[in-house]
Design a protein around this ligand. Structure first.
Ligand code: ZN
Ligand code: ZN
Length: 271
């Protein structure tokens, strides 16, 4: 199989490329205006050199028919048209955000190979047998149950870092945000060991660590600084910003705040 490589994004300074963006090909995009064309126009307006379009493919959904199957043909055509249109202003990469690849690793590998994507984000939105934290009411769960959910999440996330076709490991703190948003305080240090293991795996397997800038900008929950410090202590240097924009005006949003966080820890060592 001809798996993708993260080398295509290496030349861009951190603040000049948004590596995590969604168009209306993602099932959770409410705005009908965020076509690949419009997202690229927004990237040009934001002063970026490059954008990676990373629409969702939830691998468990493709296997179990939860959402409408991803329309790969129309997606590819519209992304390529946008790439052509903005060629003199912006480099456009056609990527994908693969959710729950560990539930069906062979199918995930097949999707990546057939889709010929430039760049692959790996995400865990819901663990086996659990709902996506986005749709979970944490106020109705016991503290012990919440801890179990997060434990299971980090275990699956670690498995995801082993997958050969994943270039970038997305939003590591995903469930913690929704727990925090529900007004529940959890002590991130409970998972220091598991997080360090994940970061080591990201480094050893040559993956990119994603700093998801939306949550940095919103200051929803900020273990990101602790995690970045651990990542640096372990020797990690491959960091990329992703706005996770689901709307045109969110492209590159929070990049200044997120970059500041990186620079506080790396002191100009990475640009
Ligand atoms: Zn995601
Ligand atoms: Zn996303």
């Amino acid at each position: 199989m001809n798996f993708s490589t993260n080398s295509c994004i290496k030349k861009y300074p951190i603040k000049k490329i948004d590596t995590h963006t969604h168009t209306y090909f993602s099932f959770d995009c409410a705005e009908h205006l965020n076509s690949p064309d419009k997202m690229c126009a927004a990237a040009v307006a934001a002063g970026l050199d490059a954008i990676v379009l990373t629409d969702h493919i939830e691998v468990n959904s493709e296997a179990e028919r939860i959402f409408t199957p991803f329309d790969r043909t129309t997606h590819r055509r519209q992304c390529e048209e946008a790439r052509e249109k903005y060629a003199d202003k912006l480099d456009v990469f056609i990527g994908i955000e693969l959710g729950q690849a560990t539930h069906y690793p062979d199918l995930a590998g097949q999707i990546v190979a057939e889709g010929n994507f430039d760049y692959v984000l790996g995400s865990v939105h819901n663990t086996k047998g659990e709902r996506d934290p986005y749709y979970t009411d944490f106020t109705k769960l016991s503290y012990g149950r919440i801890i179990d959910i997060v434990d299971k999440y980090f275990d699956e996330y670690l498995q995801m870092t082993y997958l050969p076709y994943v270039d970038q490991c997305a939003h590591l703190t995903y469930p913690l945000r929704y727990i925090k948003a529900a007004g529940i305080d959890v002590d991130i240090s409970l998972w220091d060991g598991k997080i360090a293991e994940i970061l080591k795996s990201i480094i050893v397997h040559g993956k990119v660590y994603e700093l998801n800038s939306v949550y940095v900008r919103k200051n929803v929950f900020l273990p990101e600084d602790r995690i970045l410090q651990t990542y640096r202590d372990l020797g990690g240097t491959e960091i990329r910003l992703g706005s996770d924009a689901h709307y045109t005006d969110h492209v590159a949003s929070g990049f200044d705040e997120a970059y500041e966080l990186i620079d506080n820890i790396y002191k100009g060592e990475i640009k």
